[in-house]
Design a protein. Structure first.
Lengths: 114, 112
């Protein structure tokens, strides 16, 4: 079945460092791809999304490009801040018989230290 | 402000007791969802509802029940049949089942 794989955490970076969180997926069709962020003790928030190949999603300095040839959607940020410390989930959305099912990866915990 | 509320934030129950988790949204969304989150794992879908008075089982529905009597509300009951109920439960909603999901803040359930 379809699935999402993320790099294992936790990831610890110094403030202003470059961030990459790898995400690869397996899908039979052409899913939409998402990155969600979860701050401690809170629910998930949509960070960015891409709906077709070569689309680039971006928000709050984060970017990810939908790469169909490598089935990847890696999350990047040029300069992280302490406030970016959170768990990041890669996800895909695929059409089931009656709805778009969202499949989440296991999450990658990021800690940014001053 | 529009959004999704879940209550309570923390819930403790004795083993063998049923417990109901609340989820309310004022976004006028038709679709609502319940997910379970365990440490180090992604979210797993318990139930979803596309419209009032209709709901469907997700991947891990055993030991759970839901109702959708009002558009705004989608309560989840964790029954005594759920073998390992201690987890973080997240409710979400979307305009329709093909749109972006918005999440509530979650309820952490601990069964003692």
């Amino acid at each position: 079945g379809n699935s999402v794989t993320q790099m294992e955490g936790p990831v610890t970076l110094s403030e202003e460092a470059f961030l990459t969180i790898n995400c690869t997926y397996t899908a039979t069709g052409y899913p939409s791809l998402f990155w969600y962020v979860q701050y401690p003790g809170e629910g998930l928030q949509l960070l960015l999304k891409a709906t077709k190949a070569d689309d680039k999603g971006s928000n709050k300095g984060f970017e990810a490009t939908y790469r169909k040839e490598t089935t990847s959607f890696h999350l990047e940020k040029g300069s992280v801040q302490v406030s970016d410390s959170a768990v990041y989930f890669c996800a895909l959305s695929e059409r089931e018989t009656s709805y778009d099912k969202v499949i989440f990866g296991p999450g990658t915990s990021l800690s940014v230290i001053p | 402000d529009g959004g999704i509320t879940q209550s309570p934030k923390y819930l403790f129950r004795k083993e063998g007791q049923n417990v109901t988790l609340s989820c309310e949204q004022n976004l006028n969304h038709d679709a609502m969802y319940w997910y379970r989150q365990d440490p180090g794992q992604g979210l797993r879908l318990i139930y979803y509802s596309q419209i009032v008075n209709d709901f469907q089982k997700g991947d891990i529905a055993e030991g759970y029940s839901v109702s959708r009597e009002k558009k705004e509300s989608f309560p989840l009951t964790v029954t005594s049949a759920q073998k390992n109920p201690t987890a973080f439960y997240l409710c979400a909603s979307s305009i329709s089942v093909s749109n972006e999901q918005f999440f509530g803040p979650g309820t952490r359930l601990t069964v003692l």
